[in-house]
Ligand binder design. Structure first.
Ligand SMILES: *[C@@H]1O[C@H](CO)[C@@H](O)[C@H](O)[C@H]1NC(C)=O
Ligand SMILES: *[C@@H]1O[C@H](CO)[C@@H](O)[C@H](O)[C@H]1NC(C)=O
Ligand SMILES: *[C@@H]1O[C@H](CO)[C@@H](O)[C@H](O)[C@H]1NC(C)=O
Ligand SMILES: *[C@@H]1O[C@H](CO)[C@@H](O)[C@H](O)[C@H]1NC(C)=O
Length: 481
């Protein structure tokens, strides 16, 4: 019998084929009939076990890619490749043929090593790549087709209302559940709206901002600009976009919507973060002294201002902000290592020359800690007990040996909703799913690979935070507002 020519066609063929082969290989023909049958039965059993097991596992894997409820997101490849077509209808349901799957489950088991080595390179490299991208692009376009460049930049500036193309990618029925409808509307507005004017303005209580206005409900008064103005930040501040997504995933809901957007006239052709402007924002002030410093902040934490409806006494140094708001702020600021609010002089970590607290190589004072002012502590005039996280420049290139634990000082409770996300092992998946929406941001960070590196950093900090909580007996409590 020629074993090579008899190829198994179905399960029974396979079984017979296997048994015969086995008998041949082990040279068992000489055994008694009973033994032979016994061997055949054993082989069949083993074969069936593997067939059933393997087919089960593969069905399970097939189920993985699912809409927003599952672990993957859709990307309409047609849409991705040819934005200029302008015929794409966002509400089209994805079909097998026009969909590319992105698996959200990470292939990476070990986190990349960032401490000390990869970390500083990451930033420099990114800048270099971007600069190269820009100069190369320019050179190429100048040589070949300037009109296309202008047109392309023009598209993003004039926005999707004209082209039907949005850089906010939602290809399934629903956006991820951590975004409200208002968030999605705001993201689309920021990314796609037609811009009529870009101005530098100085709203009361804020340093000057670059604001773009949209035609939708144009008004010259910044104070009237409700959902029709966006703050344009520097390309360097791109972590604002990550911060917005993280805020929503952690269930905090304290940041203003932010997306990445390219401008014809700003940011040197690099994408800039744009943040929804809200005219009702106002800085929080400490009533008696008109300024909020570390000492009075620490005192106010001890008295749990406004907790359980208790009206604070004057000597408690309370502001209008509810006690729990600081706990929310601290989770957020610690994960992103934002120090400008609570530690503007960088007293809790070793700053690098490029940090804002270091001016001309001189590190500002840390000796009189209590008098150091808090900054960018903002709320809405009509909602004074709640913070708004405004100015969320985070730092991904700070390694775990140099984290700012001063941010956690005085904090005895943290919000359970956020902590359950950090503990859930699904933070990465959620961040990927969320950040994928913002195509400009996604691409500006080097696509999936770049985004995963940023998430690595946040995951490691989350681990440090969880360890800190256990070590210091910080309580995890519900903080629903
Ligand atoms: C997109 O599709 C929806 C429903 O299928 C339809 O109501 C809408 O008019 C379409 N929009 C465009 C621009 O084709
Ligand atoms: C430039 O791009 C436009 C639009 O894509 C095209 O029609 C034109 O032929 C191009 N010109 C050159 C010189 O490649
Ligand atoms: C613009 O203003 C009009 C009238 O005040 C209002 O109905 C409309 O919803 C506004 N549009 C936007 C995009 O805010
Ligand atoms: C999020 O915050 C905004 C602004 O304060 C508020 O209008 C909205 O209802 C909040 N959403 C949730 C889900 O709490």
């Amino acid at each position: 019998m020629d074993t090579h020519s008899t190829r198994p066609r179905n399960v029974w063929d396979s079984l017979i084929y296997l048994s015969v082969s086995f008998l041949k290989v082990c040279n068992c023909w000489k055994y008694s009939a009973v033994r032979k049958y016994l061997i055949i039965v054993v082989v069949c059993f083993v074969y069936l076990f593997f067939t059933v097991h393997v087919s089960r596992t593969s069905t399970r894997q097939d189920k993985r890619p699912d809409l927003w409820t599952g672990n993957s997101v859709y990307s309409q490849s047609k849409n991705d490749q040819d934005p200029a077509e302008g015929e794409v209808n966002e509400s089209v349901s994805p079909t097998r043929s026009n969909v590319v799957y992105i698996t959200l489950r990470s292939k990476r088991h070990k986190p990349a090593i960032i401490r000390g080595t990869v970390r500083p390179k990451l930033r420099r490299k990114k800048v270099k790549v971007r600069q190269q991208g820009v100069t190369q692009g320019k050179a190429k376009d100048a040589g070949h087709n300037i009109s296309t460049v202008n047109k392309r930049l023009g598209y993003s500036e004039l926005g999707g209302s004209d082209t039907g193309y949005s850089t906010i990618r939602i290809y399934s029925e629903r956006a991820p559940p951590w975004f409200s409808n208002d968030d999605i509307t705001a993201m689309r507005f920021l990314a796609d709206s037609k811009i009529t004017q870009i101005d530098e303005v100085s709203p009361q209580g804020f340093s000057s901002l670059i604001l773009f206005k949209s035609a939708t409900n144009g008004t010259d008064d910044v104070g009237e600009c409700r959902k029709c103005c966006g703050i344009v930040k520097r390309p360097l501040d791109m972590s604002e976009v990550f911060a917005f997504h993280l805020d929503r995933i952690l269930g905090l809901n304290r940041t203003l919507p932010a997306v990445s957007r390219r401008f014809h006239s700003l940011g040197d052709g690099q994408p800039c973060p744009v943040v929804l402007w809200d005219p009702s924002l106002s800085p929080v002030v400490d009533q008696p002294s008109e300024r909020l410093n570390w000492g009075s902040y620490q005192t106010s934490l001890k008295h749990k201002c406004w907790h359980r409806g208790v009206i604070p006494k004057p000597e408690w140094s309370c502001t209008s902000i509810h006690h729990h708001e600081w706990s929310k702020l601290v989770v957020f600021d610690f994960l992103l290592q934002i120090y400008e609010r609570l530690d503007k002089n960088c007293c809790g970590f070793k700053p690098r020359p490029e940090d804002t607290c270091v001016e001309l190589g001189h590190h500002e004072e840390c000796r009189d800690k209590d008098s150091i002012e808090l900054r960018h502590i903002v709320h809405r005039k009509h909602d004074p007990h709640r913070l708004v996280f405004f100015n969320n420049k985070g730092y991904f290139d700070r390694d775990e040996g140099n984290l700012n634990f001063r941010l956690l000082e005085g904090i005895k409770e943290l919000p359970d909703q956020s902590l359950s996300v950090l503990r859930s092992q699904r933070l990465r998946e959620k961040l990927l799913q969320s950040l994928f929406l913002d195509q400009q941001y996604w691409d500006s960070q080097g696509g999936r690979q770049g985004i995963e590196k940023l998430i690595d950093v946040i995951e490691r900090r989350a681990k440090v935070l969880l360890t800190y909580i256990n070590a210091h007996g910080v309580k995890v409590v519900p903080m629903n507002s």
